[in-house]
Design a protein around this ligand. Structure first.
Ligand code: FPP
Length: 265
Protein backbone atom coordinates (compact mmCIF):
# COMPACT_ATOMS: atom_id res chain seq x y z
CA UNK A 1 0.00 0.00 0.00
CA UNK A 2 1.36 3.40 -0.74
CA UNK A 3 0.65 6.91 0.39
CA UNK A 4 1.96 10.32 -0.36
CA UNK A 5 2.94 11.94 2.89
CA UNK A 6 4.90 14.88 4.14
CA UNK A 7 7.88 14.32 6.40
CA UNK A 8 8.40 16.60 9.41
CA UNK A 9 10.32 18.84 7.04
CA UNK A 10 7.26 19.08 4.79
CA UNK A 11 8.94 17.14 1.98
CA UNK A 12 6.44 15.02 0.01
CA UNK A 13 7.38 11.36 -0.22
CA UNK A 14 5.73 8.25 -1.69
CA UNK A 15 5.61 5.55 0.99
CA UNK A 16 4.64 1.94 1.46
CA UNK A 17 3.47 0.36 4.70
CA UNK A 18 2.22 -3.17 5.47
CA UNK A 19 -1.27 -3.96 4.21
CA UNK A 20 -3.98 -3.61 6.83
CA UNK A 21 -2.42 -0.48 8.30
CA UNK A 22 -4.08 2.79 7.41
CA UNK A 23 -1.31 4.67 5.61
CA UNK A 24 -3.00 7.98 6.41
CA UNK A 25 -3.05 7.35 10.16
CA UNK A 26 0.56 6.49 10.79
CA UNK A 27 2.26 8.40 13.60
CA UNK A 28 4.27 11.40 12.45
CA UNK A 29 6.83 10.79 15.15
CA UNK A 30 7.81 7.53 16.87
CA UNK A 31 9.97 7.45 20.01
CA UNK A 32 11.66 4.26 21.20
CA UNK A 33 13.13 3.14 24.51
CA UNK A 34 15.49 0.44 23.27
CA UNK A 35 15.50 -1.83 26.29
CA UNK A 36 16.58 -5.44 26.77
CA UNK A 37 19.96 -5.64 25.02
CA UNK A 38 21.55 -7.17 28.11
CA UNK A 39 18.76 -9.69 28.70
CA UNK A 40 18.79 -10.67 25.04
CA UNK A 41 22.50 -11.45 25.28
CA UNK A 42 22.21 -13.21 28.64
CA UNK A 43 19.47 -15.49 27.31
CA UNK A 44 21.94 -16.62 24.65
CA UNK A 45 24.88 -17.01 27.05
CA UNK A 46 26.62 -14.04 25.41
CA UNK A 47 28.29 -10.94 26.88
CA UNK A 48 26.04 -7.88 27.25
CA UNK A 49 28.14 -6.06 24.65
CA UNK A 50 26.93 -8.49 21.97
CA UNK A 51 23.40 -7.41 22.86
CA UNK A 52 24.33 -3.76 22.32
CA UNK A 53 25.85 -4.58 18.93
CA UNK A 54 22.68 -6.42 17.94
CA UNK A 55 20.78 -3.38 19.24
CA UNK A 56 22.52 -1.22 16.65
CA UNK A 57 21.23 -3.49 13.88
CA UNK A 58 17.69 -3.24 15.30
CA UNK A 59 17.98 0.55 15.32
CA UNK A 60 19.17 0.66 11.71
CA UNK A 61 16.29 -1.65 10.74
CA UNK A 62 13.74 0.49 12.56
CA UNK A 63 15.06 3.71 11.02
CA UNK A 64 14.87 2.24 7.53
CA UNK A 65 11.32 0.96 8.05
CA UNK A 66 10.10 4.25 9.52
CA UNK A 67 11.67 6.14 6.66
CA UNK A 68 10.24 3.77 4.02
CA UNK A 69 6.78 3.94 5.53
CA UNK A 70 6.73 7.73 5.61
CA UNK A 71 7.03 8.30 9.36
CA UNK A 72 8.46 11.79 9.74
CA UNK A 73 10.64 11.38 12.81
CA UNK A 74 12.23 8.66 14.93
CA UNK A 75 13.70 9.48 18.34
CA UNK A 76 15.75 6.79 20.08
CA UNK A 77 16.94 6.69 23.70
CA UNK A 78 20.55 5.57 23.32
CA UNK A 79 22.15 6.64 26.61
CA UNK A 80 20.57 8.30 29.62
CA UNK A 81 22.16 10.59 32.19
CA UNK A 82 21.64 7.66 34.60
CA UNK A 83 23.47 5.15 32.39
CA UNK A 84 26.85 6.51 33.61
CA UNK A 85 26.28 4.43 36.75
CA UNK A 86 26.86 1.22 34.74
CA UNK A 87 30.23 -0.51 35.00
CA UNK A 88 33.02 1.52 33.33
CA UNK A 89 33.70 -1.23 30.77
CA UNK A 90 30.15 -1.13 29.51
CA UNK A 91 30.03 2.67 29.38
CA UNK A 92 33.33 2.77 27.44
CA UNK A 93 32.07 0.07 25.10
CA UNK A 94 28.89 2.02 24.39
CA UNK A 95 30.76 5.29 23.73
CA UNK A 96 33.14 3.53 21.33
CA UNK A 97 30.21 1.77 19.69
CA UNK A 98 28.40 5.09 19.11
CA UNK A 99 31.57 6.51 17.52
CA UNK A 100 32.17 3.52 15.27
CA UNK A 101 28.57 3.28 14.15
CA UNK A 102 28.39 6.97 13.39
CA UNK A 103 31.62 6.84 11.40
CA UNK A 104 30.46 3.78 9.49
CA UNK A 105 26.90 4.90 8.80
CA UNK A 106 27.32 8.60 8.09
CA UNK A 107 27.65 8.15 4.34
CA UNK A 108 24.49 6.06 4.09
CA UNK A 109 22.54 8.43 6.37
CA UNK A 110 23.52 11.26 4.05
CA UNK A 111 22.61 9.23 0.96
CA UNK A 112 19.19 8.41 2.43
CA UNK A 113 18.67 12.11 3.21
CA UNK A 114 18.26 11.43 6.93
CA UNK A 115 18.57 14.49 9.17
CA UNK A 116 20.35 13.31 12.29
CA UNK A 117 20.50 15.23 15.58
CA UNK A 118 21.83 14.24 18.98
CA UNK A 119 19.87 15.41 21.99
CA UNK A 120 21.37 15.57 25.45
CA UNK A 121 24.30 17.03 27.34
CA UNK A 122 26.75 16.48 24.49
CA UNK A 123 29.62 18.24 26.26
CA UNK A 124 29.70 15.35 28.72
CA UNK A 125 30.58 12.89 25.93
CA UNK A 126 34.10 11.86 24.85
CA UNK A 127 35.72 14.48 22.58
CA UNK A 128 36.01 12.18 19.56
CA UNK A 129 32.32 11.42 19.75
CA UNK A 130 31.47 15.12 20.14
CA UNK A 131 33.42 15.89 16.96
CA UNK A 132 31.66 13.16 15.00
CA UNK A 133 28.29 14.37 16.28
CA UNK A 134 29.04 17.92 15.08
CA UNK A 135 30.15 16.59 11.70
CA UNK A 136 27.04 14.39 11.28
CA UNK A 137 24.69 17.15 12.42
CA UNK A 138 26.18 19.76 10.10
CA UNK A 139 26.37 17.38 7.14
CA UNK A 140 22.73 16.35 7.36
CA UNK A 141 21.07 19.50 8.69
CA UNK A 142 19.47 20.39 5.35
CA UNK A 143 18.36 16.84 4.50
CA UNK A 144 14.66 16.50 3.82
CA UNK A 145 14.17 12.85 4.79
CA UNK A 146 13.26 11.37 8.16
CA UNK A 147 14.34 13.25 11.28
CA UNK A 148 16.45 10.88 13.36
CA UNK A 149 17.05 12.06 16.92
CA UNK A 150 19.46 10.12 19.08
CA UNK A 151 19.13 10.90 22.79
CA UNK A 152 22.62 10.55 24.18
CA UNK A 153 23.55 11.57 27.73
CA UNK A 154 19.92 12.64 27.84
CA UNK A 155 17.70 13.15 30.89
CA UNK A 156 14.17 14.49 30.71
CA UNK A 157 14.33 16.29 34.05
CA UNK A 158 17.65 17.88 33.15
CA UNK A 159 16.19 19.08 29.86
CA UNK A 160 13.31 20.75 31.73
CA UNK A 161 15.65 22.37 34.28
CA UNK A 162 17.87 23.73 31.50
CA UNK A 163 14.85 25.15 29.66
CA UNK A 164 13.72 26.88 32.88
CA UNK A 165 17.23 28.27 33.40
CA UNK A 166 17.35 29.70 29.88
CA UNK A 167 13.98 31.41 30.32
CA UNK A 168 15.03 32.75 33.73
CA UNK A 169 18.26 34.14 32.25
CA UNK A 170 16.36 35.91 29.49
CA UNK A 171 13.96 37.34 32.05
CA UNK A 172 16.85 38.50 34.27
CA UNK A 173 18.42 40.27 31.26
CA UNK A 174 15.11 42.02 30.65
CA UNK A 175 14.61 40.23 27.31
CA UNK A 176 11.50 38.36 28.42
CA UNK A 177 8.45 39.28 30.48
CA UNK A 178 8.02 36.32 32.92
CA UNK A 179 4.24 36.70 32.84
CA UNK A 180 4.33 35.94 29.12
CA UNK A 181 6.04 32.56 29.54
CA UNK A 182 3.69 29.96 28.09
CA UNK A 183 3.86 26.44 26.70
CA UNK A 184 5.17 27.67 23.35
CA UNK A 185 8.00 29.71 24.82
CA UNK A 186 8.92 26.84 27.15
CA UNK A 187 8.87 24.32 24.31
CA UNK A 188 11.13 26.55 22.24
CA UNK A 189 13.88 26.07 24.86
CA UNK A 190 13.72 22.27 24.79
CA UNK A 191 16.28 20.16 22.93
CA UNK A 192 13.49 19.01 20.63
CA UNK A 193 12.49 22.56 19.62
CA UNK A 194 10.99 22.51 16.15
CA UNK A 195 10.09 18.81 16.25
CA UNK A 196 6.50 17.63 16.56
CA UNK A 197 5.78 15.68 19.76
CA UNK A 198 5.97 11.88 19.51
CA UNK A 199 2.59 10.30 18.74
CA UNK A 200 3.77 6.84 19.73
CA UNK A 201 6.25 5.66 22.35
CA UNK A 202 7.48 2.09 21.98
CA UNK A 203 9.27 0.42 24.88
CA UNK A 204 10.78 -3.02 24.40
CA UNK A 205 11.48 -5.86 26.85
CA UNK A 206 8.27 -5.48 28.84
CA UNK A 207 9.19 -2.69 31.28
CA UNK A 208 6.39 -0.20 31.86
CA UNK A 209 8.35 2.93 32.71
CA UNK A 210 9.18 6.20 30.98
CA UNK A 211 12.65 6.26 32.61
CA UNK A 212 13.20 10.03 32.41
CA UNK A 213 12.62 10.08 28.63
CA UNK A 214 11.01 13.09 26.88
CA UNK A 215 8.94 13.99 29.94
CA UNK A 216 7.36 17.04 28.34
CA UNK A 217 7.06 15.75 24.80
CA UNK A 218 5.32 12.46 25.66
CA UNK A 219 2.36 14.24 27.30
CA UNK A 220 -0.14 12.80 24.80
CA UNK A 221 1.83 9.96 23.21
CA UNK A 222 0.22 6.55 22.93
CA UNK A 223 2.39 3.98 24.72
CA UNK A 224 3.08 0.54 23.28
CA UNK A 225 5.03 -1.92 25.42
CA UNK A 226 6.25 -5.15 23.86
CA UNK A 227 7.97 -8.11 25.52
CA UNK A 228 10.32 -8.37 22.54
CA UNK A 229 13.89 -7.43 23.53
CA UNK A 230 15.30 -4.56 21.48
CA UNK A 231 17.75 -6.65 19.38
CA UNK A 232 14.77 -8.72 18.14
CA UNK A 233 12.68 -5.68 17.28
CA UNK A 234 11.85 -6.07 13.60
CA UNK A 235 9.27 -5.35 10.91
CA UNK A 236 6.69 -7.62 12.59
CA UNK A 237 7.15 -5.94 15.97
CA UNK A 238 6.98 -2.44 14.46
CA UNK A 239 3.88 -3.39 12.48
CA UNK A 240 2.22 -4.66 15.70
CA UNK A 241 3.07 -1.40 17.44
CA UNK A 242 1.50 0.56 14.58
CA UNK A 243 -1.67 -1.59 14.61
CA UNK A 244 -1.89 -1.01 18.36
CA UNK A 245 -1.44 2.74 17.77
CA UNK A 246 -4.16 2.78 15.12
CA UNK A 247 -6.56 0.97 17.45
CA UNK A 248 -6.41 3.83 19.97
CA UNK A 249 -8.86 6.68 20.17
CA UNK A 250 -6.76 9.79 20.76
CA UNK A 251 -8.82 12.32 22.65
CA UNK A 252 -6.16 14.75 23.88
CA UNK A 253 -8.27 15.36 26.97
CA UNK A 254 -11.49 15.87 25.00
CA UNK A 255 -14.27 13.49 24.03
CA UNK A 256 -14.07 10.96 21.24
CA UNK A 257 -16.12 12.11 18.22
CA UNK A 258 -18.79 9.39 18.66
CA UNK A 259 -19.44 10.30 22.32
CA UNK A 260 -19.50 13.99 21.38
CA UNK A 261 -22.09 13.30 18.64
CA UNK A 262 -24.35 11.47 21.12
CA UNK A 263 -24.19 14.41 23.51
CA UNK A 264 -25.15 16.78 20.71
CA UNK A 265 -28.17 14.71 19.56
C1 FPP B 1 19.22 -0.76 27.09
O1 FPP B 1 19.37 -2.15 27.23
C2 FPP B 1 20.12 -0.28 26.05
C3 FPP B 1 21.07 0.69 26.18
C4 FPP B 1 21.32 1.41 27.42
C5 FPP B 1 21.94 1.07 25.05
C6 FPP B 1 21.17 1.24 23.79
C7 FPP B 1 22.10 1.47 22.68
C8 FPP B 1 22.00 0.89 21.47
C9 FPP B 1 20.88 0.00 21.06
C10 FPP B 1 22.98 1.21 20.45
C11 FPP B 1 22.51 2.43 19.69
C12 FPP B 1 23.56 2.88 18.76
C13 FPP B 1 23.68 4.13 18.26
C14 FPP B 1 24.75 4.43 17.32
C15 FPP B 1 22.78 5.21 18.66
P1 FPP B 1 19.95 -2.68 28.60
O2 FPP B 1 21.43 -2.75 28.50
O3 FPP B 1 19.44 -1.85 29.72
O4 FPP B 1 19.33 -4.12 28.64
P2 FPP B 1 18.89 -4.90 29.96
O5 FPP B 1 17.80 -4.10 30.61
O6 FPP B 1 18.39 -6.20 29.41
O7 FPP B 1 20.11 -5.07 30.82
Amino acid sequence: MSRRSATSSGHPKVCACPSGLDPYRLPNHVAVIMDGNGRWAKARGLPRMVGHRAGVEALKRTLRLCSDWGIGALTAYAFSTENWSRPGDEVNFLMTLFERVLQRELESLEREKVRIRFLGDLEGLPLGLQELISEATELTVRNNGIHFNVCTNYGGRRELVLAAQKLAQRAARGDLDPTLIDENSFEAELLTAGEVDPDLLIRTSGERRISNFLLWQLAYAEIHVTDVCWPDFDEVALTQALFDYQSRCRRFGGLDPIAANHLGS
